[in-house]
Design a protein. Structure first.
Length: 158
């Protein structure tokens, strides 16, 4: 897959990720990896007695795939690292829900300390199959810049 550099990303561009269905297997695998077996996620009988009335997925199960989708399927960026997350958990995600995320570039700034990189700010909104927002936030990601040679050769071939 071809990746895009900082210089090719435009403020305002937007993408929607493919949907992912939350399954019992995904929730329990996430519990094993995170070591978070809180009963709301892992115990049907406990979860029935909560305000949710049934098991809910871990909140971070929405944030983690959103980050991966930004790099792979949405913007195809050559990212070095996420630098800052701001995230709100708006509503629950249940087993059986299918989650999609809309990603929009809201800012970009060349790095002063690392001239070969820039910082791209991406806003996220995760929605379930009923189009209800369940999570929302922003991420600032370090992205590689084009070298002068790449920029010059691409300009000549355009």
């Amino acid at each position: 897959m071809t990746t895009r550099s900082f210089d090719r990303i435009e403020i305002g561009e937007s993408r929607e990720t493919p949907g992912v269905t939350v399954t019992d297997w995904r929730v329990m695998t996430f519990a094993a990896v995170s070591m978070d077996y809180f009963e709301l996620h892992a115990n049907d009988e406990y979860a029935k007695r909560t305000q949710f009335g049934r098991r809910a997925a871990h909140g971070l199960m929405g944030l983690a795939p959103a980050d991966g989708r930004k790099h792979r399927s949405a913007f195809q960026v050559d990212a070095g690292a996420s630098l800052h997350w701001s995230w709100d958990f708006i509503g629950p995600t249940y087993i059986g829900d299918t989650i999609r995320a809309k990603l929009t570039v809201t800012g970009k700034k060349a790095s002063r300390s690392k001239p070969d990189r820039g910082v791209v700010t991406v806003a996220y909104e995760a929605r379930n199959q009923n189009n209800e927002a369940v999570q929302r936030g922003t991420d600032k990601t370090m992205v590689r810049r084009c070298s002068n040679e790449e920029t010059s050769s691409e300009s000549l071939s355009a």
